[in-house]
Ligand binder design. Structure first.
Ligand code: EPZ
Length: 431
């Protein structure tokens, strides 16, 4: 079980290349199931979750080639050049997504819509809960039923089947759901007739998937709005698509540069993808300067405690809540942080408290009272973004921090140690 040891107190100085977005790359990979032609994806991030999705799609029968095969790169090494992936779903021989893969990565459920739409059947293990909540897929299933699929639940699996093609339908989502929007948008591209999704998610990763589907021959209106209209086609064809940059990785390094009072250039970033994050961090005292392909982030001697509430895009992202809390834990004054998306996304709080933070959780809100500095400690990573908040805290803490269970980090951050040490941080992975 790898650990990461960090000695804090070094202001980060240098340049960090931002990778392709995990939460765009994962649904883009499942879109390959919608056609028997090749889908070429570039700017793919080298992450454990991409390896898992590759395993999942290969066991369905998707042929996948990567310029640098995901199995060979070393976690944590600085990547050389870009990673390209070619996927072709010409001979799908298995319509089941097995428990052992789905339980490690909830995004596996994104094969459901494409498989039912193209093959009329799919059997997917229920994702079960995970560290940040129960995270059901009820909205995915209800929408597929409205499109004519029959849904059966048995021995921990959901089986969706449909005689003939799915039918277009008017589908209002009770809550904004990234995964449900993506699953049903993909299914609708091959349905008979028109599907209208209202209260659809507008996250940049959803838009990136929609743009790729259009390149594959899908007809989608309202991309980037809460109302998506998809006119179904008999078939889609191949396409080439470049994965957008990872706005959450970007926000994570913004937090690291800020809390260490450093100055870091983030390259390959589109600042428009994270305006709510930039505004919130500017309010706290972080300064930004735009560059031709990204931004320069500068920390300050003192930060102001500011409140934050997570919202669906374009609001402040839930995936940035833990990272922001790490910065607020050393701000002057108090910050009320409210998590409205997931019911249990404060797993980082006990660990930050062990490092000296003063945080009081009441239901969905956490009151953070800034302290002059944090102290290094042994801490435990619990989920991907909670882990990154511990990294951020450790970079600023006095002394040494040892973070256990760093496999959570490898799921979503490419070459984390390499990118940080390149900016002077004292970070090392210990087996
Ligand atoms: C995606 O998860 C992201 N994952 C998450 O990022 C992100 O936190 C989340 O969207 C919100 O932005 C990927 O894109 C792979 P949701 P997803 O469906 O699609 C409830 C990370 O760190 N809900 O938008 O699973 C659900 O329980 C990960 O990269 C239902 O109730 O999230 C949650 O409370 C973590 N029924 C809320 O909606 C459903 O059928 C939002 O979930 C579906 C969702």
């Amino acid at each position: 079980m790898d650990k990461i040891r960090i000695t804090g107190g070094v202001p980060l100085k240098g340049t960090i290349p931002i990778s392709g977005a995990k939460n765009a790359a994962l649904p883009l990979m499942t879109a390959a199931l919608l056609t028997d032609k090749p889908l070429l994806l570039s700017n793919m991030p080298r992450l454990a979750d991409i390896v898992t999705m590759t395993k999942l799609l290969r066991q369905h029968g998707v042929e996948i080639n990567q310029t640098d095969d995901a199995a060979t790169f070393t976690l944590g090494e600085m990547p050389e050049g870009e990673s390209h992936m070619r996927l072709q779903a010409e001979n799908i021989h298995n319509l089941t997504a097995p428990y052992e893969l789905v339980r490690t990565m909830r995004a596996s459920v994104l094969v459901l819509g494409p498989l039912v739409a193209r093959y009329g059947e799919a059997k997917v293990s229920l994702p079960g809960g995970c560290a940040i909540g129960t995270r059901p897929i009820d909205m995915h299933l209800k929408a597929l039923e409205m499109m004519g699929a029959t849904i059966e639940l048995a021995d921990g699996y959901v089986r969706a089947s449909c005689k003939g093609r799915l039918k277009g339908a008017e589908i209002p989502f009770d809550k904004v759901s990234v995964g449900a929007t993506e699953n049903i948008m993909m299914a609708a591209t091959l349905a008979e007739g028109t599907t209208v999704l209202t209260n659809a998610a507008r996250e940049p990763e959803v838009c990136d998937l929609a743009e790729c589907l259009v390149k594959m021959g899908a007809e989608i209106e309202g991309i980037g709005t809460h109302r998506l209209t998809i006119h179904g086609k008999d078939a889609l064809h191949g396409a080439e698509h470049r994965v957008i940059c990872d706005r959450i990785e970007t926000g994570t390094y913004i937090s690291a540069a800020a809390i260490t009072r450093g100055e870091v250039e983030l390259k390959g970033v589109d600042p428009r993808l994270l305006t709510a994050v930039i505004e919130k961090y500017e309010e706290a005292g972080v300064t930004f300067a735009e560059t031709p392909d990204g931004m320069i982030v500068s920390g300050a001697d003192h930060f102001k405690g500011v409140d934050a509430m997570t919202q669906p895009h374009p609001g402040f992202p839930t995936d940035m809540q833990a990272q922001f809390m790490a910065l607020m834990s050393v701000a002057d004054g108090a910050s009320m942080i409210t998590e409205t998306i997931f019911e249990n996304r404060f797993m980082h709080v006990p660990e930050l408290i062990r490092m000296g933070a003063n945080v009081n959780v009441q239901g969905r809100s956490a009151m953070v009272r800034g302290v002059p500095s944090l102290r290094g400690a042994e801490v435990m990573a619990t989920d991907l973004r909670a882990s990154s908040s511990l990294i951020i805290a450790a970079l600023a803490a006095k002394g040494e921090t040892l973070i256990h269970r760093v496999y959570h980090l490898d799921r979503g951050y490419e070459a984390l140690e390499a990118k940080l040490t390149a900016c002077g941080a004292q970070v090392e992975r210990v087996a």
